[in-house]
Every structure is written in structure tokens, then in C-alpha cells.
Design a protein around this ligand. Structure first.
Ligand SMILES: [Zn+2]
Length: 645
């Protein structure tokens, strides 16, 4: 009998959990491509949401029951059924919490604004302020509650039920107001769209606890879960689509199943490159340096101390106008090694990085499939480490990660010195140094210091480049050096990157040197989204083309077999809204003319004569404006095209 009651008790929560999961699933499945997609989405969400909601529901009900609400509330209820003292105590409790929270915020701001924003200073201040304010709140609570009770006695209908309902409204409304008016504007761009479905799930689950027929929800939920499991094995492409496009269902997919295993069940036809006739397959070394704006490096007229980079440029091809596809690492790096515009690179933001859709084939994978030894020497665990599961290290047979630049360069050098392989080599190194240029120095106080500190970080990156070049002198490879994006140093009101698409943030160095590479300057515009076809071309393979590649090879410009034209070449860049990027900006460069569209507003610049983009030319060059607008529209339209078969 007791077992039956317990089962019935928990069945209520199970039904409610299913109803909640179903609601969240339906919300996310809106806009799905067809019934299978929609039901599978619901199934994946239910796999994770049902157990969570079930356990939470049981715990919450257990806690409420343990409080024995009737007995607890009884002493507060007066003869007329009102409970003003209960209302008073709840108000006093909420006010005390708000007081502690506000004083901690003010204390932190006070300490931070006095120029000592150090974790220890803030922590110490908060540690002193919190107990003082909490003690005051406790001492003041009894008299305050008594006084408030007297006032509230005059308010009618203050039954316990109404008091709790009112308190719930007060808390939810207060938190929402605080969030939208105070917290959100201070935090900047935040991706919180994914929180809607869980909120709806929780709300429906709570409501469903009071509805005795909610157990019926088990039937469709079980069917959806069964279909999701079927899809995992029979429809891996669909499952990866869901993973990439739906926040909650995607989380469920990667937590319940192994993404790499799903990838294993997808057949990639013919991604291994075809060798070009009679072509040699030289070693290729790709060095991407984080946060380098071209104009601060010597080959582009900059004053940073970069002897290794300068000597590479002195014997190779220097691309005057190379553009990164975005202004933040997690968008541009995947785009560069996949060969697609950032908007076509599906994935999920994890930490500061992007977990890319497993269906993409990365440059290193193509090189490995082409018979190359592949190695990666990377700065950052969060981007290339095994635990982050970003997929960005796929194809790199040998991988070493070290956040300390000198150590990383040393590892690469040692590995190269010990390497005894007859196979051609593809090595990719990502140098982080300039990204943290403010951390290695004091906080810059003026433009001169800002430029100096930044240039010093470029010099540190160059020393790493120099170290890696030492063992490569034996058998020179083709070396490609570029950056994932630039850095505003005050231009257009911006102190860093990830904020706009002006040249300071996306005009990057691009230098290629080595066997078969001409010694020249290339005036034509190129994009680093062209790297995949270009590197394959340089390695002696037919550069890939088609729906899964946006870039085009510029190897001919590097070899000097085609003369570049300063009024030719197209580069497209875009900002994708996510945790630290406001999105809403796209740009296109066509042979020195650059159109930036920010929040629907156009601005046209002639970057050949106005590289800092100070004069909007849209009024006086309507024909150019129309041409670039059409070109931009074409690129944006291509975004909708799936890169997958
Ligand atoms: Zn970066």
C-alpha cells in the first residue's frame, strides 16, 4: 500500500517532467524541416530534460512537504484568516537580501573604480562588507517586521495563499527588472536565447504537477525518444543538423552520444585531394598569429621589431590587402581552416571557442588524407585541447599545446629537429602572444603607450617565429604567416577587437615564402577564407571547389604566375552574434573598395587611398556602392546554402 502511494506520488512528477520536456521540445522544434526533424528534436530534449525535471520536481515537493506549510503558517494566521505577519516577514527577508546584494555591488564598484581592480582587493572588501550588512539586517528585522505587520493589518485579503502568490510575483518581477535594467546593459552582448526552452520546461512542469492527467504526456515523449535513438543510428546527418541548430536538443545530443562517433558514421565522399599532374608536394608550415593588424608589422610599414617576419617577407610574396573573415578567433580560425564564411560554419560556442559541426573536413584532415605528416603546435587548451572537443585539432596527428609562447616554440623546434620522416610535412602553429598584449605590460595610459605595448607583443610573437624557422632552414618549406584578425588600438572608438569590421580589426598580414614562391608584393585583395584551397594548391593538389568551399586559391598570385590587380579580388567578412560579439555587421571588399553594413546602414570606403576608413564615399560613388551592394547580397544569399550533401 505504501509502495503504491510512493509510486503514485512519483508518477505525478514523472508526468509533469514529461509535460515540461514536451513543451521545451515543441518550442525548439518550431521551424524544423519536417516532422522527423521536429519529433527527433523533441526526443533528444526529452532524454535529458525528463530525468532532470523529474528529480528536481521530487526534490522540490519533498522540501515543500518537509516545511509542513500548513503547520508552519498556522501561527501567523489571525482570526479573520489574514496573515499580515507572514507578509511582513517575507518582505523583510527580501529587503534584507536586496540590501546585502546592493551593498556588495556598491562596495565592489567602489574598490574597482579606485584603480585597484584585483581579485584579492575585491574579495577582501566583500568579505568585510557582507557580514556587517547581514548583521545589521538581522538586528533590524524583528522591529521592522513588527512595524510592517501593524501596517499590513489594514490590508484586506492577506490570506497565506495570496501572500505566497504575491511574493512569487514580487520575486520574479524584481529579478526580471533587475536583470533587464541593471545587469544586462552592463554585461554587454550575451547569448541567452538558449535559456527560453529550459524556462518554459520548468514553468510547464510546475503547472503540470497540479494537473492530474499530465501522466498522459509520457506516451508522446516515449515515442519521441524512441525516434531520436533510431535517428542517431540511421540518420547521422539529421542528428548533426539538430546538434548545430537547436541549443537544447544539441546539448542533449552531445551529452548522451559521442559526437566523434556520430561523425564516424557519416560517409565523406572524396574529400581526399587529387594530386595535380607532375606537381611536387613541398612541406607546408602555416603560422597563424592571434590579433595582428597588418599595419603594425614591418612589411606593411609598421614599427614593431620583427626581424624573422621581415626576412620572410623580404624573400617571399607579401599580400598587401589580406582580410580575415571575422574579428574574433572562434569565428575566423574555423572559417580559415574549413574554407567557409563564418556564417556557414555551424557550431556551438564553448568557452571562448567554437565546437565546430563534425561534418566539416578541416585543412589538416585534407592534408593527412593527401599523404602528409600533420602536426599542430597550439597555444590554447580551450581551442585545440582534447577536453574542449572543438574539433579544431582533427587531422593533426602530432599535437602539442602550451600557453607559454617560448615553451611552445621550443617544443615545435625540438620536434622538428628530431623528425625523421620521408613524408611531406604539414605543420600548423597558432601563436597567442599579441592577444594578451595588455597583460604583459602595464595598463596603457595614452596612444603612444598603447602602440608601444602592442608592438612589444608582436616582437614576442616574432621571436617564436624565429625559433621555429631555425630547424626549417635545412629543407625550406613553404611558410604561410597570417593572423586570425587584427586589433583596434583606439580606432573608431574601439580599444580591442570583436567589435567592428574596420581595417584595424580585419586587415591582416599575409606572407608566403618558400620553394616556388615569387618574391613580390601582391596588390590584389585576398581573404584568409581562401587558405584551404590555396594551401592545397601550393601542396600540389587540385584546390577543392563547390558548395562546401567559399574560398578560391590565390596560389597563382603567390607563385607569380598571375599578376594581381589592385582593383581586383574579393574578401567577405562578418560578425556573428554570440557571447562577446554583438553581430549584425557584414563587410565586403572588392579590389580596394570596401562596403560595411552595420545594423542595416551602409558605409563605403576606398581603402587604397583611405586605409583608416575615415571618409564615407557612398554619396559620391553611387555606381561602386551599387556594385558592392549586389556583391554583398550575393554573399549573404550564399549563407543560406547548406555546405553539406
Ligand atoms: Zn584571436
Amino acid at each position: 500500500m505504501r509502495l503504491f502511494r510512493a509510486l503514485r506520488w512519483s508518477a505525478t512528477s514523472l508526468g509533469a517532467a514529461c509535460a515540461g520536456a514536451l513543451a521545451a521540445g515543441v518550442v525548439e522544434a518550431v521551424g524544423a524541416d519536417g516532422a522527423l526533424d521536429a519529433v527527433t528534436t523533441i526526443g533528444f530534449i526529452a532524454m535529458v530534460a525528463v530525468p532532470i525535471l523529474f528529480v528536481l520536481g521530487m526534490v522540490a515537493r519533498g522540501l515543500v512537504a518537509a516545511w509542513r506549510p500548513r503547520e508552519t503558517v498556522a501561527p501567523f494566521v489571525e482570526d479573520d484568516g489574514g496573515a499580515p505577519a507572514l507578509a511582513a516577514w517575507i518582505i523583510v527577508g527580501l529587503a534584507g537580501t536586496a540590501l546585502v546584494s546592493a551593498s556588495l555591488f556598491l562596495a565592489t564598484r567602489l574598490v574597482a573604480s579606485h584603480g585597484v581592480f584585483a581579485a584579492l582587493a575585491v574579495g577582501t572588501t566583500d568579505g568585510i562588507v557582507a557580514p556587517i550588512v547581514a548583521t545589521i539586517a538581522v538586528i533590524a528585522s524583528l522591529p521592522a517586521a513588527r512595524a510592517l505587520t501593524r501596517v499590513l493589518r489594514r490590508v484586506p485579503h492577506l490570506t497565506p495563499r495570496n501572500v505566497f502568490a504575491g511574493a512569487a510575483v514580487l520575486v520574479v518581477g524584481g529579478v526580471a527588472a533587475l536583470w533587464f535594467l541593471v545587469v544586462a546593459p552592463r554585461l554587454g552582448p550575451l547569448e541567452l536565447g538558449g535559456l527560453w526552452s529550459p524556462a518554459i520546461a520548468a514553468a510547464v512542469a510546475i503547472a503540470a504537477h497540479r494537473f492530474r492527467y499530465s501522466l498522459v504526456a509520457i506516451v508522446p515523449v516515449a515515442a519521441a525518444i524512441a525516434l531520436a535513438i533510431y535517428a542517431r543510428f540511421a540518420q547521422p546527418m539529421l542528428v548533426l543538423d539538430i546538434w548545430a541548430d537547436r541549443p537544447l536538443a544539441g546539448l542533449a545530443v552531445e551529452h548522451v552520444f559521442d559526437l566523434d562517433a556520430i561523425r564516424g558514421s557519416v560517409v565523406f565522399t572524396a574529400f581526399a585531394p587529387t594530386a595535380a599532374p607532375n606537381a611536387a608536394h613541398p612541406d607546408i608550415v602555416l603560422i597563424t598569429i592571434d590579433t595582428v593588424r597588418a599595419d603594425h608589422t614591418p612589411p606593411y610599414g609598421g614599427g614593431a621589431e620583427m626581424p624573422a617576419f621581415t626576412s620572410l617577407a623580404a624573400r617571399g610574396a607579401v599580400f598587401d590587402w589580406a582580410y580575415s573573415p571575422s574579428n574574433v578567433t572562434r569565428r575566423s580560425i574555423p572559417s580559415m581552416v574549413i574554407g567557409l564564411a563564418p556564417g556557414r560554419v555551424k557550431g556551438r560556442v564553448v568557452g571562448w571557442s567554437l565546437r565546430v559541426d563534425p561534418r566539416y573536413v578541416l585543412l589538416a584532415e585534407r592534408m593527412r588524407a593527401a599523404g602528409y605528416d600533420t602536426a599542430g603546435f597550439m597555444c590554447c587548451e580551450g581551442f585545440w585541447g582534447q577536453s574542449a572537443h572543438t574539433g579544431l585539432s582533427r587531422g593533426l596527428d602530432h599535437l602539442e599545446i602550451d600557453p607559454i609562447g617560448t615553451a611552445l616554440a621550443g617544443k615545435a623546434r625540438t620536434w622538428l629537429e628530431r623528425r625523421r620522416s620521408t613524408k611531406p610535412l604539414f605543420l600548423w602553429m597558432h601563436i597567442l602572444e599579441p592577444h594578451g598584449w595588455t597583460q604583459a605590460s602595464a595598463e596603457p595610459r595614452n596612444d603612444a603607450e598603447r602602440n608601444r605595448y602592442y608592438d612589444q607583443s608582436l616582437a614576442r610573437a616574432d621571436r617564436m617565429l624565429a625559433e621555429v624557422m631555425i630547424p626549417l632552414a635545412q629543407k625550406p618549406p613553404i611558410v604561410v604567416v597570417t593572423a586570425d584578425h587584427g586589433e583596434a588600438l583606439g580606432e573608431h572608438g574601439q580599444p580591442f577587437h570583436s567589435t567592428d569590421l574596420f581595417n584595424s580589426q580585419i586587415h591582416v598580414p599575409m606572407v608566403i615564402a618558400g620553394p616556388g614562391i615569387a618574391n613580390l608584393r601582391v596588390p590584389e585583395t585576398v581573404s584568409s577564407v581562401d587558405l584551404v584551397p590555396t594551401v592545397l594548391d601550393l601542396a600540389g593538389f587540385v584546390p577543392p571547389k563547390g558548395a562546401d568551399i567559399d574560398g578560391v586559391s590565390f596560389a597563382d598570385l603567390a607563385r607569380g604566375t598571375r599578376t594581381g590587380d589592385k582593383r581586383a579580388g574579393v574578401a567577405f567578412a562578418e560578425m556573428i552574434k554570440d557571447r562577446s560579439n554583438p553581430g549584425g555587421v557584414v563587410a565586403i571588399v572588392d579590389g580596394g573598395w570596401k562596403l560595411i553594413e552595420a545594423d542595416g546602414k551602409d558605409a563605403l570606403y576606398d581603402v587604397l587611398t583611405d586605409p583608416h576608413e575615415l571618409k564615407d564615399r557612398s554619396e559620391d560613388s553611387p555606381a561602386v556602392l551599387a556594385r558592392l551592394r549586389a556583391l554583398l547580397a550575393q554573399r549573404v544569399a550564399r549563407m543560406a546554402q547548406s555546405p553539406f550533401p
